[in-house]
Write a protein that binds this ligand. Sequence first.
Ligand SMILES: C[S@@+](CC[C@H](N)C(=O)[O-])C[C@H]1O[C@@H](n2cnc3c(N)ncnc32)[C@H](O)[C@@H]1O
Length: 247
Amino acid sequence: MARAKKKLSLNTIVRELILVNRYAANRHDGAFDYDWDEINYNRKAVVNLLMADRPDGDYLEIGCAGNDLFDSVMARTKVGVDPARGGTHRLTSDDFFATWRGGMFDVVFIDGLHHYEQVRRDLDGALAVLRPGGWIAIHDMLPRDWLEEHVPQIRTRGWTGDGWKVAFELLASPDVEFRLLALDHGVVVVRPLSSQPRLPDLSATLRDERFAYLHRNFALLPVVGYDAAAAWVASHRSASCGAVTPA
Ligand SMILES: C[S@@+](CC[C@H](N)C(=O)[O-])C[C@H]1O[C@@H](n2cnc3c(N)ncnc32)[C@H](O)[C@@H]1O
């Protein structure tokens, strides 16, 4: 059953119409027809799945807002970073990663500023504080149309920004495995395969690309539903349990 949505104010509708008109040259008619409300899994299910085998683990969230996710995560310690509200540290993610001298984390969830360059910096920061065997998840990686994707922001509700570009850098790295989960506006889950994973910098190619690029190249991405993602996560767990350390 579709969930009731709060109506947008007239001001918001007018503002969006003005911006649609201003950026009309960037319009693209392709779209993905995911209905997030019809999929019974969300980012909370994903983060708790990643935390499930380490209830005494450490969790970091970048961008916490009203703590909707932050308060739902089961972990021994939780660090939340947001310059405006929520979490535990009133900082931008750049300042946090530059100054953090605490421990490492088992799971990092990236959901701060949804601009490609920032998401990429947050991913680099997350990789540097991730414990071996840990997971990184990135929210809002699957815009359904050009309005949800557009930077500067047009859509008020459901805006994802252009963080999706990072998925193409992950695709080009032999040092990570990842899946793009088709739920809750898209959640990318990353598993580093080496202690110092290298990600290529494709910004010269990707910087000026827009939704049309994602739409054209979508089939290249490892897009899965929740069940396939859970099986993939479990396969990594059994692989690490079965690992034999030479004497
Ligand atoms: C979409 S909300 C986060 C929602 C939350 N993760 C959840 O799932 O309930 C994005 C948040 O990112 C924060 N933010 C914006 N720029 C940021 C930055 N540079 N570093 C960290 N957080 C940032 C905003 O203040 C906002 O609260």
